[in-house]
Write a protein that binds this ligand. Structure first.
Ligand code: ARG
Length: 461
């Protein structure tokens, strides 16, 4: 069509099947405003290089503003034969500014350096949004930890009762993982803070344009060192996809616990009605769909990452059209997180914990056996012996169907003479928790400090 950016050497138009395959406006349209920002910056460097006179620049910028208003209002949309967002917007510019003015903007730029730049601009914006949404989840976790500051629960390894921990300690473990993801988004941004604009198709521009000026106008610290790298690399997109997948994977681990916790067998939590769903056939059902979707979406984000990495694998330099496949995975990752995280934060914030049940389960399953062994160590018994002795206590309890604290003084002395009645000081959840008071441990005093630091980290992020 006349709007194509490359018709000159061809005798006829593209086959319909090619046009259908090639087209990307149905997904790259979301970059329209970034493309227009790039066009304004590019117009200014053309002007500074003496390639646009003052009135031409002024009418070009006015036309770009008018076009942007039409894009925002929806009055301007991609036409059927627009290959991509860049083609469509250049058509819109020419329609508004005329072919003589509008036709000058393509000088010194290529869709290759455009798209590489726009994708970074878009992802940097979305990374800030996602960081804020992750912090909302962290806030929900921190407020549950605050509400339940003193509540013990069964700590598990291998999903088996291991040692009592504070619920707040367990919840904050999820918060720290998510705070690292927020850090990752910030770290990523420092590498994304480089503009490929001015790289041209691959070799740079011959027109005396200043890539640094464009970079600064578009909010980047600097322009790329290498125009081939600028147009061919997509590690910035892949790293973004990784961090997005990591967020979802971290969320999925809490999600899985919520699914378990909401079962009849666990009964640790009750989900708020607003964050659970029913069954079309079973009237009693109350399902943890938010948590299940979080678990499921994590798989989807891992797929986005691996699809993108597979596209990049063994791709020769510089630009290849394969790179058009960079966008849908990261767009999908963005859309998925932006719909998932608010629902997940709401679900977490409204969980109701059965604190009595958690507390009464905390010491069960011989979860205080390690405390017995460590008490013996403090009495001077070598740990290997202490471990055997505490194990013998567990065996004795199992045979009789009782818990460790049900053993009588005679039972204890009969198992090992070191087991004096004083061992009872650690045969309670309170004693066990209080004893784990090194930095990072589950003692109430340490968890209170940790909670303060998590709150400060979330506020400072
Ligand atoms: N739409 C392409 C992309 O998303 C950019 C256009 C580059 N096309 C080309 N034939 N060099 O990567």
């Amino acid at each position: 069509s006349s709007a194509s950016l490359w018709g000159g050497r061809f005798s006829g138009g593209p086959a319909d099947a090619l046009a259908a395959l090639s087209k990307s406006t149905h997904f790259d349209w979301r970059l329209a405003r970034h493309d227009l920002a790039g066009s304004r910056a590019h117009a200014r460097v053309l002007h500074r290089a003496g390639l646009l006179d003052d009135p031409t620049l002024a009418s070009m910028l006015a036309a770009l503003d008018a076009l942007e208003a039409d894009v925002v209002s929806g009055a301007f949309v991609a036409a059927d034969d627009d290959e991509d967002v860049h083609t469509a917007l250049e058509r819109g510019l020419v329609e508004r500014a005329g072919a003589d003015v509008g036709g000058r903007l393509r000088a010194g730029r290529s869709r290759n350096d455009q798209i590489a730049t726009l994708l970074r601009m878009y992802l940097r914006d979305e990374a800030r949004t996602i960081a804020a949404l992750v912090l909302d989840v962290v806030d929900a976790i921190v407020s549950q930890a605050t509400t339940h500051a003193g509540v013990p629960m069964p700590g598990r390894t291998h999903l088996q009762h291991a040692q009592p921990v504070l619920l707040a300690h367990h919840l904050l473990a999820h918060a720290w993982a998510l705070l690292r993801d927020v850090d990752r988004l910030r770290d990523w941004d420092a590498r994304a803070d480089v503009s490929p604009y001015g790289s041209g198709a691959l070799a740079g521009s011959s027109l005396g344009l200043d890539p640094q000026a464009v970079a600064e106008e578009l909010g980047f610290a600097r322009s790329v060192e290498n125009s081939i790298d600028g147009t061919a690399s997509r590690d910035v997109a892949a790293e973004f996809a990784f961090v997005a997948a990591m967020v979802a994977v971290d969320v999925s681990r809490l999600a899985e616990e919520v699914v378990l916790w909401a079962t009849k067998e666990f009964s640790y939590v009750v989900l708020d009605d607003a964050y659970s769903t029913g069954s079309s056939i079973m009237p009693q059902k109350k399902n943890p769909d938010v948590a299940e979707l979080a678990r499921g979406k994590a798989g989807r984000l891992v797929g986005d990452l691996s699809g993108l990495l597979t596209t990049l694998k063994a791709l020769p330099l510089a630009y290849n059209r394969d790179l058009q496949e960079d966008k849908e995975p990261v767009f999908d990752a963005v859309d998925t997180l932006e719909v998932l995280l608010p629902a997940f934060a709401g679900m977490v914030a409204t969980l109701r914990f059965d604190t009595q049940r958690l507390a009464s389960l905390a010491p069960q399953g011989f979860a205080l056996a390690t405390d017995v062994a460590e008490w013996l160590v403090r009495e001077g018994v070598p740990f290997r012996v202490a471990h055997e002795v505490a194990g013998a206590c567990v065996r004795a309890c199992e045979q009789r169907g009782v818990e460790l604290w049900d053993l009588t003084d005679e039972d204890l002395a009969g198992i090992d003479p070191h087991l004096t009645p004083a061992v009872r000081e650690v045969l309670s959840v309170e004693g066990s928790l209080a004893s784990r008071d090194a930095v990072g441990g589950t003692a109430p005093a340490r968890v209170a400090e940790q909670l303060d630091r998590a709150r400060a980290a979330a506020a400072g992020s």
